[in-house]
Design a protein around this ligand. Structure first.
Ligand SMILES: C[S@@+](CC[C@H](N)C(=O)[O-])C[C@H]1O[C@@H](n2cnc3c(N)ncnc32)[C@H](O)[C@@H]1O
Length: 211
């Protein structure tokens, strides 16, 4: 099963599943790292059912939600049906269906560990930022819980913060910071006793002019 098929399948249950894995502190930390301003445009890449978008709506931003799974985006559409400030686009984080220099902020929560090439996805998210726009990625620190590949279709077992920092710099981002968000991702294996407790980082950077 591919990651897309996995998220198609779990789409109706994703909100409930996600609540068990990580808390709303992650959303609070991500939005704080970007210091979002009302009226600006944000992309939520790997939006799922809109965990990050929820906070962006509350802060009065316009949103473009992108996900590989049309099924999960349809769940999000239903959930936010009364909000006209969200556009939905099916697409890949490595080939984002948004023109260059369109958004003030790009967010990706727990998406990067699913993509084939994280540096390519970071370059893509940087491409869609306006000059001085901010990229905020929240994801798992490097870990050794192999069961997450099988049970959650994770492609990467988290990341070294030093790699994230290098990929941000290579993409043309400045003011780069990669820190702990202060809460954990916790997942019980379905098949064995293993219980994963994984640190979560928040990475932020600003697009330099001319990149
Ligand atoms: C762990 S879920 C996180 C969803 C949401 N950001 C949240 O915090 O609840 C990962 C999401 O990323 C999407 N995704 C995975 N790989 C992707 C890719 N290459 N391009 C676009 N979306 C992707 C999945 O379909 C899924 O909705």
């Amino acid at each position: 099963m591919s990651s897309k098929e996995f998220f198609d399948r779990v789409a109706p249950d994703w909100d409930e599943m996600r609540e068990g894995y990580y808390s709303e502190d992650v959303r609070v930390g991500a939005l704080a790292a970007a210091a979002v301003e009302k009226g600006k445009i944000a992309a939520d890449i790997g939006a799922g059912t809109g965990f990050i978008s929820q906070g962006l709506i509350e802060e009065g931003l316009q949103i473009i939600a992108v996900d590989q799974s049309e099924v999960i985006l349809n769940e999000m559409k239903e959930k936010f049906a009364r909000w006209s400030s969200i556009e939905y686009r099916v697409g890949n984080a490595q080939d984002i269906p948004i023109p260059d220099e369109t958004v003030d902020y790009a967010f990706a929560n727990m998406c990067l560990h699913h993509v084939e090439s994280p540096p390519v996805a970071i370059r893509e998210m940087t491409r869609i930022l306006k000059p001085a726009g901010k990229l905020v990625i929240t994801d798992a620190d490097e870990h050794e819980f192999e069961f997450l590949r099988e049970e959650h279709h994770d492609r990467w077992l988290g990341f070294k913060r030093s790699d994230i920092r290098s990929w941000y710099l290579e993409a043309g981002l400045g003011e780069v910071s990669v820190e702990s968000i202060g809460s954990l991702c916790e997942v019980q294996s379905l098949c064995c006793e293993e219980f994963a407790r994984i640190g979560i980082f928040v990475a932020s950077g600003e697009k330099r002019a001319g990149r």
